[in-house]
Design a binder for this molecule. Sequence first.
Ligand SMILES: Cc1ncc(C[n+]2csc(CCOP(=O)(O)OP(=O)(O)O)c2C)c(N)n1
Length: 671
Amino acid sequence: MDIQALRSTNPDHWMRAAAIRALTLDAVTAANSGHSGMPMGMADVATVLYEKHLKFDAADPTWPDRDRFILSAGHGSMLLYSLLYLTGDAEITLDQIKNFRQLGAKTAGHPENFLAKGIETTTGPLGQGIANSVGFAIAEESLRARFGKKVVDHYTYVIAGDGCLMEGISHEAIGLAGRQQLSRLVVFWDNNNITIDGKVELSDRTDQVARFEAAGWHVQEIDGHDPQAIDAAITAAKKADAPSMIACKTHIALGHAAQDTSKGHGALTDADQMAAAKEAYGWTTGPFEVPADIKTQWEEIGSRGAADRAEWQSRFDALSEQRRNEFTRTMTGAAPKRLSATIKALKKQNSEAAPKVATRKSSEMVLEVVNPLMPETIGGSADLTGSNNTNAGDLGVFDVDNRKGRYIYFGIREHGMASAMNGMALHGGIRPYGGTFMCFTDYARPAMRLAALMQVPSVFVMTHDSIGLGEDGPTHQPVEHLAISRSTPNTYVFRPADTIETAEAWEIALTSNSTPSVLALSRQGLPTVRTEHKNANLTAKGGYVLADAEGKRQVILIATGSEVSVAMAAREALQAEGIGVRVVSMPCMELFAAQDDAYRKRVLPGGPIRIAIEAGVRQGWDRWLLGERGREAKAGFIGMNSFGASAPAEELYEHFGITSEATVELAKSLL
Ligand SMILES: Cc1ncc(C[n+]2csc(CCOP(=O)(O)OP(=O)(O)O)c2C)c(N)n1
């Protein structure tokens, strides 16, 4: 690569981009870790994007109508941090750049959305950013249809590397975006032909241009170091009526001895090589020093959008008060006032009617009343709509010619769906929920984990939550999935026992603003166990006494979901023999653990036998069986310790010993 030619052809652009390259080299060297090559390779693209196209105002990184910039290749985090610092972001200061990757810094190894307002999403697990971006673009389309172009009118830009495009999730994302013709989505592919192990050819020969075209994208190929070509390509991409991919031919670690090699991917810290690279760039200042004139140019770019923002504000102010309030409520994720009363009414009605329904059906009943109330919900399923009962409440279908539709056919793309949901939630203004079988949380898991880490309230509607699904057999019967979900920090795992608990779980999920929810719902019909109406949301306590012992309390049965009725039947049998049994319903362990000690002690006092009943593995239960005043000699578990089998559900419950009879027997043996 002829650096001198690049320098002399576009000298001003060159120095602005060189600022990113120099800061990256300095920060990675100071941290003695990180990834230098990607920011150095994509500095030109990012510079032109920020200078000429990205609608943003560094003074207000949360301005709702800003363009979104997503660094899917999150290892190149210094690219984003440099851009934020250079443009004058209040949080990513020079000090933060100097403390790259250090404890407590906002400049973490990979961008974390919750550390700074200017970071749209957490990236690092490759492919997540590009899949999130599909959700961002859907959110923009949906909100534009709802609130109008005057207040919602922006683009989503993404930088994705070879790694992002090799990950399977990218296929799901590209397919969905292509089908939905998300024309406000522009992806730059950092086509540098290098990954960690070497050249891309080691493991891949995909024609990416043909691949994107095949999925219905608008595609261009450019030299990623030519500012005019970059500018022209972005201009064309914005005009396209399809999502756009710009293949940017770049050189990783441009201008460094490690250029075009896999060594260039990682931390470039050699002092002599760094000095040589900076000399080639014409960069003469010391470490972390950006010459004042270059910093000023960048700050002008940072404030370029101030006028746009002011104009947007006056358009917004001209809306009726009701529209303004609704927009603000929607964007801040506040639930409508009527939600609580609606949930209470549904609970009351169902406590009285006491239907025997599957909790997936209960969930549909909740959505039927909640969706009309909450125009911010967007629901969907990964091709299991009829099984997940997710399409309720007259949502209409989100499609190219109906952006007001709120139901998305995600296709058989669990991972892409979950990641797009996170993108919608991160964009703001949308409360996404999406369904699949509980067993396929495995297929969505990386995005579910990120929802928890990123503190976004995506709702994962996971039906067919145990062997109770029956004949589909062990491939479809979750056994370990509750434990896996519960082991994830900042995740509510709800396993409601009936319609009442399902309504309560949904209420919590829909009013949470920083915790995702997993709703584990049954395929099989379940009797109503909450037959006495209570206004209070008992599920919010996580666990509560559903039925207390008559006479001396000798046994406490703790159960969730479909096994709560098993516990109730066992209680009846034991009480008939004069053995006092309390039943504790535990729809959400995380919320129970969050209660104060006194409450937990009231629900789980020391002394009685304790038996937990759940058609899943024991892992996660021992705190409630052995801890919290429990004792090993007086504790038992009724559940699964193997995979399931293919048979009618009732036979499986017998076969695996998850019955009231087995519970009675175990209780007696422990007494
Ligand atoms: C899901 C996932 N798998 C593996 C990694 C580890 N990893 C980080 S960067 C990278 C190579 C990416 O190559 P490319 O996208 O071409 O980035 P470049 O070499 O251009 O910086 C790998 C394997 C990761 N971050 N995420």
